[in-house]
Ligand binder design. Structure first.
Ligand SMILES: [Zn+2]
Length: 283
């Protein structure tokens, strides 16, 4: 009967795309390495090794500096402030980090209230966020969060989840400069370079919460009062209410969720803060 013949022939062919997809998933799982976050213990699969990831981070950083060359601040109190806070946070991060970071900062003159940190520890701060940060502890909240994305290798985790890993690892186009502009933008977005470079791969809620959690530990371990993080996020939320949202919080958890999570992590952070001050009493 014709209907039987049709079924006989149709089945194997409908399986082909499924088998290809399954093969790709297995290939990805086989080639990916699993990493455990030294601060939270969360495990994640990453599509790039630290060297590949840092190389892309460096290239993305060079691209941002080239694009913003005219607005890069070279000297002055804003640079000093960002350097001071970054140095303290870097020491705090190094206590548990499994990868060595060569932290570097660029401050860009702009009304944008944003900051990001690319893989390998390349930090970009837009001056617009400094008044919202208000003080060193506020800036430590911002930078601790961003540095935590880098030390948690969230960029590599996002790239693993995307098809684009195939291009990076399998193709001839090993560097950003060789890629077409769309691919370059997607990768830069995945690495965390802000909406300007494509928000097609935003950090996941899980990654955002993890960056909040680790950022809070970093700031407390660096000697900043972790409760200041809550004040900072209230200021950011007020800006949102005034119709002046910051890109920094655009794909982050809702304000209520964030504050209740920060409160839940506060005892752990306060312990770090107390330990810091027992080692180095405030002058
Ligand atoms: Zn974030």
């Amino acid at each position: 009967m014709p209907i039987k013949l049709e079924r006989k022939h149709a089945c194997p062919f409908t399986l082909v795309p499924l088998l290809i997809a399954l093969g790709f998933v297995l290939f990805k799982l086989y080639t990916a390495s699993k990493v455990t976050n030294p601060e939270t213990g969360r495990t994640a699969r990453v599509g790039l090794n630290p060297e590949q990831e840092q190389k892309l981070g460096l290239e993305a950083y060079a691209q941002v500096k080239k694009d913003e060359a005219a607005k890069i601040v070279l000297t002055g109190p804003e640079i000093d402030l960002v350097k001071r806070v970054t140095n303290k946070l870097a020491k705090a991060a190094a206590q548990k980090a499994t990868v060595n970071y060569n932290w570097e900062i660029s401050v860009i003159q702009s009304h944008e209230k944003n900051a990001f940190c690319l893989p390998g520890g390349k930090i970009v701060v837009y001056t617009g966020i400094i008044p919202v940060a208000r003080n060193e502890a506020g800036l430590a909240t911002v930078l601790g969060h961003e540095m935590a994305h880098a030390t948690s290798r969230h960029g590599a985790e996002r790239l693993f989840r995307s098809e684009i890993t195939k291009t990076i690892l399998g193709g001839a186009q090993q560097s950003l400069a060789q890629m077409d502009p769309n691919q370059r933008q997607t990768i830069m977005g995945a690495l965390g370079a802000g909406a300007k470079y494509g928000a097609t791969l935003p950090f996941s809620r899980e990654q955002e919460s993890e960056a909040d959690h680790i950022g809070l530990l970093y700031m407390a371990r660096a000697g900043y009062d972790p409760k200041e993080a809550i004040d900072f996020w209230h200021r950011m939320d007020e800006l949102l209410g005034k119709g002046s949202p910051s890109e920094f919080m655009s794909d982050h958890p809702s304000h209520g969720t964030r504050i209740s999570q920060l409160k839940a992590w506060m005892p752990e952070a306060e312990k770090e803060f107390t330990q810091y001050h027992s080692r180095a009493p405030a002058a």
